[in-house]
Ligand binder design. Structure first.
Ligand code: ATP
Ligand code: MG
Length: 402
């Protein structure tokens, strides 16, 4: 019923041959049943970590204490985890304590949602103890067992529920929703980085608009006070935006003040590249770019091409009527090879010094002036045109000074 990679079958067979149980489990089973390509394959087994290590040639101690050994096959790692019962979670990632068990059912019961609590092997087929198949068919995210208890154990599951609903286009079952509302305050115990990773996955999904749920379900105050206060009047994040982290976050924060944008992202331990990109787009989103090549060249000169394209996408999807026209002109500017960077200006600082410009800040100012001129007149970006302009201008200035 499920097509498992050869390496996964080999691992399962090696374990079962020695009398252990072993299954593909969790996300890979869910995604396979949905006809989606699983990102990775996890295996659950009755064998203890030391036993797993004894069977395979190349293994890595990924999380021995939690029962996880990574088995390497053809340079790909497969996490093999011993059946376990989890204690309370510490930071939304690792339970404080784990207890190994010999029961697959127990291992499936500790998992967050019914759709994530199925196992599969070629010999046994699908093991579905908690109605995962039915929920998969109905498009429902439902906790395994009592949702209040499950969110209490690990509040990160609250965000995982919304994130899966956004990735799969599923709805959240009523009791699970209700529990989210009640347990939301416990999110303050979850590490900011884990929260950020879930929000990022949500924003990068096919349904980024489901970020609304974070507000609707009363979760936002527990992410951060700044996050809670963002201006949500026009919070429409189009799934048509490129699946780039900085673009999706910029779309979420487009009506938020620059200082607050930085507070939100720093608090969530966002990486510096993303913060840079979001800030840049945030500054430019409502800045008018006239449909006029010199103005477009000027805007293009202020940022890397990738950011400029991202900016036009957001502008277009945020109601800027001229975004397409600007994009078409930007394309022409690129095809024509117009100079939009000091790097491709036909004269350099060295040329200016040789032409008699005083070393120091005057060189920068003069370069900027010439660059400005070329942004208006790209066809003039030639040494023979620009060199005389330096000389000419400086001679006149010098004469004026006498
Ligand atoms: P994806 O890899 O797309 O994020 P996934 O379902 O594989 O989705 P992982 O975080 O890789 O999610 O976890 C693998 C499996 O481990 C899940 O399918 C689920 O069964 C279980 N799991 C992960 N995190 C939790 C958690 N916080 N609480 C309970 N079970 C969890
Ligand atoms: Mg996974």
């Amino acid at each position: 019923m499920i097509k498992t990679p050869r390496e996964v079958n080999e691992i399962i067979t090696a374990l079962t041959r020695l009398g252990y149980e072993a299954f593909a489990v969790g996300g890979c089973v869910r995604d396979s049943l949905l006809g989606r390509e699983p990102e990775d394959w996890d295996i659950t087994t009755s064998a203890r970590p030391e036993q797993v290590k004894g069977i395979f040639k190349r293994t890595i101690d990924t999380g021995i204490l939690h029962g996880t050994v990574t088995v390497m096959k053809n340079h790909v790692g497969y996490e093999v985890t011993t059946y376990r019962i989890d204690g309370e979670y510490e930071d939304g990632r690792h339970p404080k304590s784990v207890e190994f068990t010999s029961s697959l059912r127990e291992d499936l019961r500790r998992r967050d949602f019914t759709i994530n609590a199925m196992a599969y092997s070629q010999d046994t087929g699908i093991v579905d103890e908690f109605g995962g198949m039915e929920d998969l068919r109905a498009g429902v995210i439902r906790c395994v067992g009592n949702p209040m208890d499950r969110f209490q154990e690990d509040a990160l599951r609250i965000l995982r529920a919304i994130r899966f609903s956004a990735q799969l286009g599923f709805s959240i079952e009523e009791k699970t929703r209700e529990a989210i509302r009640v347990i939301a305050p416990r999110l303050v115990k979850v590490s900011k980085e884990r929260i950020q990773m879930e929000l990022t996955k949500l924003l990068l999904s096919g349904h980024p608009e489901k970020i609304q749920e974070v507000y609707a379900l009363g979760i936002s105050p527990y992410i951060s006070p700044w996050f809670h206060q963002i201006n949500r009047e026009h919070l429409e994040i189009s799934p048509r935006l490129p699946e780039k982290k900085y673009i999706r976050w910029a779309a979420l924060l487009k009506d938020t003040q620059a200082e607050d944008v930085v507070c939100i992202l720093k608090d969530l331990k966002m990486d510096n590249d993303t913060i840079f990109g979001v800030r840049l787009l945030n500054q430019w989103i409502y800045r008018d770019i006239p449909v006029h090549k010199p103005a477009i060249r000027r805007a293009m000169s202020q940022m890397e091409p990738e950011y400029f394209d991202g900016l036009l996408m957001i502008k277009g999807l945020s109601g800027c009527q001229t975004a397409d026209q600007i994009a078409a002109l930007a394309e022409e500017i690129r095809c024509d090879g117009d100079c939009i960077s000091l790097k491709t200006l036909a004269v350099s600082g060295k040329d200016l010094l040789e032409a008699g410009v005083t070393p120091g800040k005057q060189v920068g100012e003069e370069l900027a002036r010439l660059f400005d001129y070329v942004l208006e007149h790209p066809e003039e970006n030639r040494r023979e045109v620009l060199l005389p302009r330096i000389l000419g201008d400086f001679l006149t200035e010098a004469e004026g000074m006498v």
